[in-house]
Design a binder for this molecule. Structure first.
Ligand code: SF4
Length: 141
């Protein structure tokens, strides 16, 4: 059976990023593998318009929480609702990825390089927490 027909394949992909991050104690997935990072790097034109008010909004805690709830809520709802229909499942997941990519590119063009990654990426935030926990456990804090 094709791996992309399985509803839990997205979980395997996310878990692979987590394991890599745990192993390296840094955001290796972000640095070396994330396709969204590659696309943002590729289209960056070395000019940061730096809309300070928009940046301030992106850095607000409540805004990050709102984005995380929207992202993970949508993902979980899609997995539950469409787990029996691979075509609908993967087209919905692709919509989430492409939508996130579009927002990341718009924000980059309005604020600064990879501002999506440095402020609100829901998966990046999880990886950040994993790095923090890993470092704390090594230092014994
Ligand atoms: S922060 Fe998010 S979008 Fe950016 S590289 Fe990491 S996982 Fe990819």
């Amino acid at each position: 059976m094709c791996m992309f027909r399985l509803w839990y394949t997205i979980g395997i992909i996310f878990a692979a990023g987590l394991i890599l991050t745990l192993k390296d104690r840094r955001r290796s997935f972000c640095v070396d593998y994330c396709p969204m990072a590659t696309v943002q790097q590729a289209v960056y034109r070395q000019k940061d318009p730096g809309h300070d008010r928009l940046l301030a909004l992106l850095q607000r805690r409540w805004f990050k929480v709102l984005v995380a709830i929207g992202f993970w809520g949508y993902l979980i709802a899609v997995l539950i609702l469409f787990r029996g229909d691979p075509q609908l499942l993967w087209s919905s997941l692709l919509s989430l990825m492409l939508g996130s990519m579009a927002i990341a590119l718009i924000l980059q063009s309005l604020v600064r390089k990879r501002v999506w990654c440095s402020t609100i990426c829901p998966y990046g935030k999880v990886l950040e927490q994993v790095v923090t926990i890993g470092r704390r456990s090594v230092s014994g804090d």
